[in-house]
Design a protein around this ligand. Structure first.
Ligand SMILES: Cc1ncc(COP(=O)(O)O)c(C=O)c1O
Length: 375
């Protein structure tokens, strides 16, 4: 038995039917035509036989992915159907009943449900809000990461907060993982979606206990082709390939072609720039909107990711609140509890500006009874 993945289920049930879907987390997707403008050869694809693709990813794609991770070879890389398949396969490969997983919270809760379905226990440790950032609660971290811990799962940049760990925090996490003989699964799918400054550093290369997962869904704006990957020690990657053979056999062949272009250095740079431009245009709209509601919201803007995680000051549970807004305003947001944290909501920042403005107007109307007079 596996419990329902509440966030994904709420999104997949409603996202295609609401007037305003503010539940997304990647930048608005690129079109195939845009990919052609970035150099994707659609005509050549017309003649490619639609057979099975190489099951762990074509050599060309794995070469391009491994080039992003210094010291990695194609044997350190497995291409998967999205980052989510990489995470799932890692859990299947690494976990046995009785194992313990340490999970950073708030987080994308895939590796809450999957380990529990395999008979593992999940210990949480919190990211706590401190002034203008989110920081690891180290006492909770040290309690959660103990000798029985098989792996630690971290999302950096984090979903839903959009926060990025400091180098010092990364180092401390890796040291503890090594001391406990665990692995670190670092989900870096939001890397490259920074609003300003440098690209978030990768955990890759900090230890041979590190496994990175990532993919095209967020910073690249290409979720629909379903390409992700994992990068890790070759023996772990080889075991994951065995699982992959049983599950989906291989990534989609057309997607592998598109991904080869997307991850090439020139195109990747342009896709990141596109993402940054969208997020920088939209964040001030969201900030002004939130400020317009006085002290109802309290939030730290994201460092990366098309997401704003807002704490609201009202005595209202987040899931019923999101459900009411869905029903009354045909507008979908993600309740904080779907990431493990109550009294928050996550709002999408990656849409066209006019869509964001109209969606926020609906959200404000839905929140009016809580905010009080003047809204
Ligand atoms: C942290 C994290 N990992 C993985 C995924 C799923 O990514 P993909 O679409 O590449 O499977 C998401 C999607 O929201 C996510 O937030």
């Amino acid at each position: 038995m596996i419990e329902t993945f509440l966030m994904e289920r709420m999104q997949s049930t409603y996202e295609n039917f609401v007037d305003f879907d503010l539940s997304e987390s990647g930048v608005r997707p690129v079109t195939l035509r845009e990919m052609v403008s970035f150099g994707f050869d659609l005509d050549a694809l017309m003649d490619a036989p639609l057979g099975y693709s190489q099951s762990n990813g074509t050599i060309e794609l794995r070469e391009r992915v491994s080039a992003m991770y210094p010291g990695a070879t194609i044997n350190h890389v497995e291409v998967t159907n999205g980052t989510s398949e990489a995470n799932y396969i890692l859990a299947l490969t690494l976990l046995r009943a009785g194992d313990v997983v340490a999970l950073q919270v708030p987080n994308y809760l895939q590796l809450w449900g999957v380990p529990r379905s395999l008979g593992a226990t999940v210990e949480r440790f919190e990211l706590a809000r401190a002034d203008d950032s989110w920081e690891v609660d180290w006492a909770a971290f040290e309690r959660a990461v103990a000798p029985k811990t098989r792996f630690v799962y971290i999302t950096n940049p984090n979903n839903p907060t959009g926060a990025v760990l400091s180098r010092k925090a990364m180092q401390r996490i890796v040291e503890r993982v090594e001391q406990m003989g665990a692995y670190l699964i670092a989900d870096e799918v939001y890397q490259g979606a920074e609003l300003e400054g440098e690209r978030t550093p990768s955990f890759w290369g900090m230890s041979d206990r590190v496994i990175v997962t990532s993919g095209l869904s967020k910073a690249y704006g290409i979720p629909g082709v379903r390409i992700g990957w994992m990068v890790g020690p070759p023996e772990i990657i080889a075991s994951c390939w065995t699982q992959h053979d049983y599950i989906t056999i291989c990534p989609n062949k057309i997607s592998d072609h598109i991904a080869r272009v997307a991850v090439s250095p020139e195109v990747r740079t342009q896709l990141y720039a596109r993402t940054r431009a969208v997020l920088r245009e939209n964040l001030p709209t969201l900030e002004a909107w939130a400020a317009g509601m006085g002290d109802f919201f309290d939030f730290t803007p994201p460092t990366a990711g098309a997401i704003a995680f807002l704490k609201y000051n009202a005595d209202a549970a987040s899931i019923p609140l999101a459900e009411r807004i869905l029903q009354e305003q045909s507008t979908l947001i993600v309740p904080g509890l779907h990431f493990g944290l109550e009294s928050y909501m996550r709002v999408w920042l990656g849409s066209k500006p006019e869509y964001l403005r109209a969606g926020l107007a609906r959200l404000r109307a839905g929140l009016a009874p809580l905010v009080g007079a003047g809204v």
